[in-house]
Design a protein around this ligand. Structure first.
Ligand SMILES: NC(=O)c1ccc[n+]([C@@H]2O[C@H](COP(=O)([O-])OP(=O)(O)OC[C@H]3O[C@@H](n4cnc5c(N)ncnc54)[C@H](O)[C@@H]3O)[C@@H](O)[C@H]2O)c1
Length: 273
C-alpha cells in the first residue's frame, strides 16, 4: 500500500546491484511513494546491466555510474542529478559496502592494510565524500534526509564480520559528525539504519552467513527484518514525518539489539541429557 509519503521528492539511490539488494527494494518503495529517482552504482556493477531493469520500473530513472571512492565521479553524479531534477536533492540512500579482506578470506588478526584502507574508503569514508560533495555544490534541500546502512557489529563483536565491524563504526561516526554540521547549516538529517542480516550479495559474503541468519532469527522477538521492511523504514526516514530525527543509529532488527536471550536460543543450548 502506498501513502504518497515522498510525493514531489527527489533522491539518489546508491547500491542497487540486483533484485536482492536492499537498495533495489528501497528504490521500488520510494518510487511507489511518489519520489523521482536517480540510480547509481560503481561502473563495474553497471556493466552487469540489471540496474536498467530497475530504472525502467522506476519511470526510466537515469542511471549514472560513480565509484563512491572517486570524488570526480561523485561530483559528476550530483551535478547531473541536479540538472535532471531541475534543482536540489531531498534524499540520498548510501547502501554501499565491500570488505576486501573479508572477500579474500583474510582473518581479522592478519589484515592486509592496503585492502583494509580500500574497505574503509568504499564502506565508510565514501559517506563523507558524498556529503562533502553535496556540501560544496549546495546540492541538498532544506530538511533533506540522508540514510546509510549499517550493522550491529559496530557495537558488539561478531567475529566473522571481520574488518567490516570497524568500517561500520567509522560509518556511524561520520553520520553523527556530518549530521551535526549539515543540521546546523541546512536542517539536513543524517542517520544510519542498522539492519538485520539479509540474504544479499554483500550479506552472503560473511563467513557462515546461514548460521548467522538463523541465530539472529532465533534471537529477535519479531524475527529478522526482511529487505522489504527495511525499504519501508528508509521511505519513512526520507519523508517529512521524521524531520527531527538526526545523527542516530536506528536499529531495524526485529528487537535483536536489545534481546539478551530468547527461549528459542535457550532451547537450542540445552546440554545433552
Ligand atoms: N545484507 C546484510 O546482511 C546487511 C545487514 C546490515 C547492513 N547491510 C548493509 O547494507 C548495504 C547494502 O548491502 P546489500 O546487503 O544490499 O548488498 P549488495 O551487495 O546488494 O549491495 C552492496 C552495493 O555496494 C556497491 N559497491 C561496492 N563497491 C562500490 C564502489 N566502489 N562504488 C559504488 N558502489 C559500490 C555494490 O555494487 C552493491 O550494489 C551495505 O552497506 C551493507 O553493509 C547489509
Amino acid at each position: 500500500m502506498a501513502y504518497n509519503l515522498l510525493k514531489g521528492k527527489k533522491g539518489i539511490i546508491f547500491g542497487a546491484l540486483d533484485e536482492k539488494s536492499i537498495a533495489w527494494k528501497a528504490a521500488l518503495k520510494c518510487y511507489e511513494e511518489g519520489a523521482q529517482l536517480v540510480l547509481t552504482n560503481a561502473p563495474v556493477a553497471l556493466r552487469m546491466g540489471t540496474i536498467n531493469k530497475l530504472s525502467e520500473i522506476c519511470g526510466n530513472a537515469p542511471v549514472i555510474g560513480a565509484d563512491v571512492t572517486n570524488v570526480d565521479d561523485l561530483k559528476n553524479l550530483i551535478e547531473k542529478s541536479m540538472e535532471h531534477f531541475g534543482g536540489g536533492i531531498d534524499f540520498i540512500l548510501h547502501s554501499v559496502g565491500m570488505g576486501l579482506n573479508v572477500r579474500k578470506g583474510k582473518p581479522y588478526t592478519e589484515l592486509n592494510y592496503d585492502w583494509n584502507q580500500k574497505t574503509f574508503d568504499i564502506s565508510s569514508v565514501s559517506l563523507h565524500k558524498v556529503l562533502k560533495t553535496c556540501w560544496e555544490l549546495d546540492a541538498l534541500n532544506e530538511h533533506a534526509s540522508v540514510v546509510a546502512l549499517t550493522y550491529i557489529a559496530a557495537q558488539r563483536v561478531f567475529p566473522s564480520y571481520n574488518e567490516m565491524a570497524d568500517a561500520k563504526a567509522l560509518l556511524e561516526s561520520i553520520t553523527r559528525m556530518f549530521g551535526y554540521y549539515y543540521g546546523e547549516r541546512k536542517k539536513v538529517r543524517v542517520n544510519t539504519i542498522s539492519q538485520s542480516p539479509t540474504p544479499t550479495t554483500a550479506g552472503s559474503g560473511v563467513q557462515g552467513f546461514d548460521s548467522f541468519l538463523s541465530y539472529a532469527e532465533k534471537m529477535s522477538p519479531l524475527g529478522n527484518a526482511p529487505a522489504e521492511a527495511c525499504a519501508d523504514y528508509i521511505a519513512v526516514m526520507f519523508s517529512d514525518l521524521t524531520r527531527y530525527v538526526t545523527m542516530q543509529n536506528l536499529f531495524h532488527d526485529g528487537g535483536f539489539s536489545f534481546t539478551g536471550v530468547t527461549d528459542k536460543v535457550l532451547n537450542a543450548m540445552k546440554p545433552d541429557a
